[in-house]
Structures are given as C-alpha cells and as structure tokens.
Design a protein around this ligand. Structure first.
Ligand SMILES: C[S@@+](CC[C@H](N)C(=O)[O-])C[C@H]1O[C@@H](n2cnc3c(N)ncnc32)[C@H](O)[C@@H]1O
Length: 205
C-alpha cells in the first residue's frame, strides 16, 4: 500500500488539488483559536497547510514518505508551523491536541478504528474531530476512494467508536468532489464534526 501511495505522490505535487477539502474548510473556524491540530493520513498536506495558515500548529501524519517530504518542504518554504511525520497509523501514538482532522483517511478496519480512537483519546476536553470519508455506497462509482468495501465506513461505525461524543454533525450524503483527478464527481461520503465533552458525564444512579 505504501509503495502505491508513494507512486501516486510522485505524479504531481498536488494530487488532491491545492485547495483544502471543502467540508473541512467550511467548519475550520470551529477549531479552537491557535489550537494544536493533528491530521491523520494527511498525504501532501493540503489541509494541514490551510489550517496552519489560519494560525494553528499542525502535526500531519502519513505513511507515504514522499508526501511527507513534499509537505515538510512546502511548510518550510511558506514558513508555516506544520510538523510532517512519516509514521504508520497502525501503531502511531498521538500527543495531546485540541483538534483532529481525518480527510479520506481510509485504512483497514482495525487500523483506522485504533488510529481514530487514539486520536480521540489524545483530544483535550472540548476538542473537535472533523472527518470526511467515503461510505460503502461509493464502491464502484469511479469518482474516488479505495476499491475495497472494508476500507469504507459510515456514520454507524463512527457513532460506535465515539460513544461519548457530542456530534455537531454526523451525516451520510452525496457530494460533488472537485479535488484533482482522483476525487472528481458525485460521491457518497460520511461527514462528522464531533466534540469531546468538556467534563466527564455525570455517573447515572
Ligand atoms: C486519499 S489520501 C488522503 C490524503 C489527505 N488526507 C488529503 O485529503 O489530501 C489517503 C492517505 O492515507 C495514507 N495512509 C494509508 N494508510 C495509512 C497508514 N496505515 N498510516 C498512515 N497513513 C496511511 C496514504 O499514504 C494517503 O496519503
């Protein structure tokens, strides 16, 4: 898988376009001002760069070394506070943060569930987790996403993974993507804005 991603990132410096993901951009002002953000499977870092330019400090993780090197060079060139890390999310241990973003972070079920949960656990109280990903309805559409149904998931999985979350938004919908050649056209996605409660919920009884 890693070699496939490195090959793809060798094609173009903006495989998913230069702009951030449209959904992430539309909710970006909900992240705490100047927050420490963590980007999961962030590739060449279009979202990380966008958020860093808005005053956040960003750690961006991806296993494709080529994309990580491209992001590190671009962040340095633009003087933006992005730390690009080459690491496998299978066993990555995140540091404490105020926000998480996972944009098309598709992996095998056990890997993504562990990685998403570890990121959630690293979130400070009141922190935000923003996600957009393809659902199983996307399979075979040819407008983006992995060709494996087990790499796809929907709202039910996220609700189960984050039982304590306050969901500002959790929905499955169709969107028209315009994110470079690999994400282009009508697509079936899940979108989430989940907030970690500020204080532990009171014990019942
Ligand atoms: C569709 S791309 C999304 C890139 C970026 N989030 C964006 O929106 O432009 C999926 C990314 O997941 C990364 N990835 C896949 N499996 C991974 C793993 N186990 N650990 C870390 N990154 C992984 C790939 O290298 C690739 O960069």
């Amino acid at each position: 898988m890693k070699s496939m991603w490195n090959l793809r990132y060798g094609e173009d410096h903006e495989v998913y376009g230069a702009a951030p993901n449209a959904f992430l951009a539309s909710v970006a002002d909900r992240f705490p001002t100047g927050g420490r953000l963590l980007g999961l499977a962030e590739g060449q870092g279009r979202n990380a760069l966008f958020l860093a330019a808005r005053g956040h400090s960003v750690v961006a993780v991806d296993s494709a070394e080529l994309a990580v090197a491209q992001l590190a060079a671009r962040a340095e060139g633009e003087g933006l506070p992005v730390r690009a890390l080459a690491a496998d999310l299978e066993d990555f241990q995140p540091a404490a943060c105020d926000g998480v973003f996972a944009i098309y972070a598709h992996m095998a079920p056990t890997v993504r569930q562990r990685a998403y949960r570890a990121a959630w656990d690293a979130l400070a109280p009141g922190g935000l987790f923003v996600l957009e990903a393809f659902t199983p309805d996307q399979l075979g559409r040819g407008t983006g996403g992995p060709p494996r149904v087990d790499f796809l998931f929907g709202a039910a999985e996220l609700r189960g993974l984050f039982p304590e979350a306050q969901f500002d938004l959790l929905e499955e919908c169709e969107v028209t993507l315009d994110e470079g050649a690999y994400h282009s056209g009508l697509a079936a996605v899940v979108r989430m804005v989940a907030r970690k409660p500020s204080a532990p919920a009171a014990l019942a009884g």
